[in-house]
Design a protein around this ligand. Structure first.
Ligand code: SAH
Length: 524
């Protein structure tokens, strides 16, 4: 909070934004835009741990808590905090789980601010009351089963009498959806039975809905309390009561996803982590994002000037990474130069992403092997490059040296290092604990440097002992893993995150099939 300047006088505002129930894909486009513009984001405990919030640089993130029993900050203080930030000119986003106006006191926060003359806008969110049952495969209405649904709070203020009219609820014969009801499950059951609801009515409890931890427990009204008592870690949860619960048998699309319930660690540079996380999350995985390296720009304007002023000498320009292209062009533009300086040159790129990055700057690479390894590029270049040719190699300072060595022997090489990869401070202890307690199913590696860095924190033995599966994005990463004495479960066909996610999916599907076969043989 200390970085906020409370003396500013510009007009601030507060947007109450619904974050949706957990799945980052359920945040609305409007909500995401507001988050991106915000100076301050004040948020509750959100349902997933995933860096999906795309905020602008310097945006202040303020956590105000709220697990069931851990009210980190009293509501009055939250209201006042929002008011103070807005009053001093900040664009504030108050991010709330689900929809801001479905329970959760969004209305009270808005009232407090409006009364004090603060501009307030509310961006709806996907409410857990509807998305939760849907992700569990339960349509809340159905022509033959339920012509209405009712969203009810199961929470009662300390020892106050229940104000819910259960006799009306049982007469409605619609689907009943209780929020905040899990700690009052027995009372809800009791009230419904007392008011004549059939004890065989199907009931589902959906916890951590729309997240990789989603769990759906199905029972009858008569037995739901006993069934629920057999499970732990159920909060947050919804209780869905009605015949429609039965439809789940055929409609449970989310829990049938290929990586559902698998915990996968993603180790990439911080700037790039969300792409692979997104792919794996889409396949149902519980993703732990662990940035291992960060990209640090090291080129300066002097060096860039020197390179561009003698650019006409180069016949070949070789880019080895997307980051190299990005930073090179940033610097080029800063000198008020553009892609025209590449006219007449042979442009080479390693990997599809690098090729695409060049294409975005209007350049079609002439030599660009898909596989992404230096060896593949060298195979093509070695036939055409001549001793007297001048070549410029653009790559990370601490990148692989293979290409640089090969080129030095075969032509006049100039090297330029726009960036270097640095080790990232990470939550190593937490990761270690997760590996040791068998909570990690797989780890993905997208470069040799992330492997090296990772293994400086966790021993090869720890990984082996806990049967963690390792996945690699390509040849050189695989080589580094194998040189460390570990086995790679699968390597992606192409050097891109989608292909890597595909390799992870295939491996887990195969394992599942194998297990099913063994299971069938066992019964046969
Ligand atoms: N505004 C929120 C609800 C806030 S009240 C919304 O529209 O979803 C908090 C209650 O919502 C929790 O006690 C729980 O009953 C429900 N809830 C929120 N997120 C949930 C999730 N991911 N899975 C299951 N229940 C959830």
């Amino acid at each position: 909070m200390s970085s906020i300047d409370f003396t500013e006088t510009n007009k601030g505002r507060v947007d109450l934004v619904g974050a949706g129930p957990g799945d980052p894909g359920l945040l609305t486009v409007k909500g995401q835009t507001r988050i991106k513009e915000a100076d301050v984001v004040v948020y509750d405990r959100l349902a997933v741990e995933w860096p999906f919030l795309d905020t602008k640089e310097g945006c202040l993130m303020v956590y105000v808590g709220k697990a069931a029993s851990d009210h980190v900050m009293p509501q009055d203080n939250i209201n006042e905090m929002l008011y103070q930030y807005a009053k001093c000119g900040k664009k504030v986003v108050r991010l709330k789980g689900g929809d801001p106006f479905v329970f959760g006191r969004g209305g009270e926060e808005a009232e407090y601010l409006v009364k004090r003359g603060i501009e307030v806008e509310v961006v709806p969110g996907v409410t857990s009351a509807l998305a939760g049952p849907l992700y569990a495969g339960i349509p809340v209405t159905h022509r033959a089963m339920a012509s209405s649904f009712h969203v009810i709070t199961g929470h009662r203020k300390n020892n106050e009498p229940d104000t819910i009219d259960y006799s009306a609820l049982t007469r409605l014969s619609g689907t009943l959806i209780f929020l905040m009801g899990i700690s009052n499950l027995e009372k809800i059951q009791d009230n419904l039975l007392k008011n004549g609801m059939n004890e065989e009515t199907p009931v589902a409890i959906i916890s951590h809905a729309t997240t990789p931890k989603q769990k759906t427990i199905v029972s009858t009204l008569k037995e739901i309390v006993q069934t629920a008592n057999k499970h732990s870690d159920l909060s947050p949860a919804l209780i869905v009561i009605g015949e429609v619960v039965k439809l789940r048998e055929n409609l449970s699309f989310f829990e049938s996803k290929p990586l559902f319930s698998k915990t996968i660690v993603v180790t990439r540079a911080r700037e790039k982590i969300s792409e692979l996380s997104g792919e794996l999350f889409g396949l149902g995985a519980n993703v732990i994002a662990l940035p291992m390296i960060r990209i640090e720009k090291i080129i300066n304007a002097e060096k860039m000037k020197e390179i561009t002023s003698s650019f006409s000498q180069f016949k070949y320009v070789i880019f080895t990474s997307e980051n190299g292209v990005r930073i090179f062009f940033e610097e080029l533009h800063a000198l008020r130069c553009d892609a025209r300086i590449f006219s007449g040159k042979v442009i080479c790129a390693i990997g599809r992403k690098t090729k695409e990055a060049l294409f975005r700057h209007g350049i079609c690479a002439d030599v660009a092997p898909e596989t992404g390894a230096s060896e593949a590029l060298w195979e093509k270049l070695s036939d055409i490059i001549k001793k007297e040719d001048n070549a410029l190699l653009v790559q990370a300072k601490n990148g692989r040296k293979y290409l640089s060595r090969a080129l030095k022997k075969s032509c006049n090489l100039t090297e330029i290092f726009p960036y270097e990869t640095k080790a990232e401070e990470t939550e190593v202890e937490r990761l270690r604990e997760l590996v040791k307690t068998g909570q990690i199913d797989a780890i993905t590696f997208t470069s040799s440097s992330t492997v090296a860095n990772f293994l400086s924190h966790i021993s090869v033995e720890e990984l082996k002992e806990n049967n963690v599966l390792l996945f690699s994005i390509g040849e050189s990463t695989t080589k580094t893993i194998e040189e460390a004495g570990l086995r790679v479960c699968a390597e992606s066909e192409k050097t891109c995150v989608r292909s890597l996610a595909e390799a992870v999916k295939r491996a887990f599907c195969e394992r599942r099939r194998e297990r099913e076969c063994i299971g069938q043989e066992g019964f046969g």
